[in-house]
Design a protein around this ligand. Structure first.
Ligand code: 5AD
Ligand code: SF4
Length: 410
């Protein structure tokens, strides 16, 4: 057992889990491999949030039947693994391990057992500038369309001190931007230490080396004035806020059990922009949820026009539960609404991006010429930037291929 390959579907939390598994295996002396033929272990980290995500993982698993031998191991892990467990073992007999998202920690134990004979060889220190930190696993809310609570279980926040310790270590290895992850990341609480999400942001911004703190995804229910005050005065908090709206119709929001109406959502976006007008807000929207009428759909389009999101990820509703919240529009209608919404979203995204011309942006550089603004845009530096800086202030001069171009500005 020497070489492994990890294939990841789904959200950033899955990406973070895959990164941890990767580091774990590398620390045991294993080598990451891109070619299936050369790999001894293939780990598929799966998502089940929409049927399509699950289908992709299953079809990949199907193609591995030919690859599989007695000495090669397949791990099917994560959210779809949690949902499908028994069925999966019956259907795909050649899978070695199915480990669901709830028993995620088991994977380390099993991997150690499988590769116990590998010599520790190549412990790597990574040169990453951006890294994730999962602060809560699971979710306590019950949005009616969402399967996550049933595959990931109840909210389990990571202890405050553990997070700080982990971020400090990441900062020491060169990480500049930390992305905090949780299904409802801003509901974070450590009851023992009496710390909340804003306390965590404050403490992380004191860690030397950390320049930007981003978080995914906050829920409108958990914003409060303590957060807004901190946001206003703490420039280390990223000015790119991803705030899922899901629908612009109050009737649908209620049916989705989201706990807010459009007015409340809009107020939060206004608070954010009031605290810093540069704030760019992105969102998630589902079209065609159960009983969505043309009027409800129009409410969503109007919401998009009113808030003017910098970007929105638009999803066609995919029912995840048998006999509950079925699709009530035809596939053609679902497709129609989705494409109308996408068109509007893209138009506004382009306009908001164009408004950036002439503005001064903070950029975290990935190399001497390329980076990301703290408002979430990909960015290129036109000047010949010889200095080995991590951060630059730049003045945006033009936009090409969805990327901001600019010159260093002091
Ligand atoms: N169908 C379509 N989209 C969904 N999402 C969650 N569940 C479903 C579903 N059943 C979307 C939501 C969420 C994002 C991660 O995926 O918009 O914010
Ligand atoms: Fe992430 Fe949800 Fe998909 Fe699980 S089901 S991978 S939590 S998006």
């Amino acid at each position: 057992m020497e070489r492994f390959k990890i294939i990841t579907f789904g959200c950033q939390m899955n990406e973070d889990d895959s990164n941890s598994i990767k580091s774990f295996l590398e620390n045991l002396g294993m080598i990451e491999e891109t070619d299936n033929k050369k790999a001894d272990i293939i780990i598929i980290n799966t998502c089940t949030v929409r049927q399509h995500a699950e289908d992709k993982a299953l079809s990949l698993l199907g193609t591995l039947k030919k690859w599989k031998t007695k000495d090669k191991k397949i791990f099917f892990i994560g959210c779809a693994a949690e949902r499908l467990q028994k069925d999966l073992k019956n259907k795909f007999k050649y899978v070695d391990y199915v480990i669901g998202a709830r028993s995620y920690d088991k994977i380390y134990e099993i991997l150690s057992r499988e590769i116990k004979n590998t010599v520790v060889a190549n412990i790597k220190t990574q040169g990453k500038k951006v890294d994730y930190e999962t602060i809560i696993r699971g979710c306590n809310l019950k949005c009616s369309y969402c399967i996550v609570p049933s595959v990931r279980g109840e909210e389990k926040p990571k202890p405050f001190k553990e997070i700080i310790e982990s971020v400090k270590n990441k900062a020491l290895s060169g990480v500049k931007e930390i992305i905090l992850l949780g299904q409802t990341v801003n509901s974070y609480r450590d009851f023992q230490e009496k710390k909340d999400f804003t306390d965590l942001l404050k403490e992380i911004s004191r860690i030397e080396g950390i320049k930007i703190i981003r978080f995914l995804s906050p829920h409108p229910l958990f914003f409060n004035s303590k957060f807004f005050e901190e946001y206003k005065k703490n420039p280390k908090i990223s000015r790119w806020i991803h705030l899922p709206l899901q629908s612009g119709s109050d009737k649908i929001l209620k049916k989705m059990n989201r706990g807010y109406d459009f007015k409340k959502f809009k107020e939060i976006t206004q608070e954010l922009k009031k605290a810093d007008p540069k704030t760019s807000i992105t969102t998630d929207i589902i079209v065609g949820y159960t009983d969505e009428t043309e009027k409800d759909f129009e409410d969503t389009i109007n919401a998009v026009k009113e808030i003017r999101f910098s970007m929105a990820y638009c999803f066609k509703y995919s029912p995840r539960f048998k006999n509950k919240d079925p699709l009530t529009v035809t596939e053609t209608e679902l497709e129609r609404r989705h494409s109308i919404l996408l068109k509007e979203v893209k138009k506004i995204a382009k306009e908001t991006m164009n408004e950036k011309i002439g503005s001064i942006e903070q950029v975290l550089l990935y190399d001497s010429r390329k980076g990301k603004t703290n408002t979430g845009y990909n960015c290129c530096i036109i000047d010949n930037n010889e200095e080995k800086k991590d951060f630059l202030k730049i003045k945006i001069t033009e936009i090409k291929n969805n990327t901001l171009y600019g010159r260093a500005y002091d």
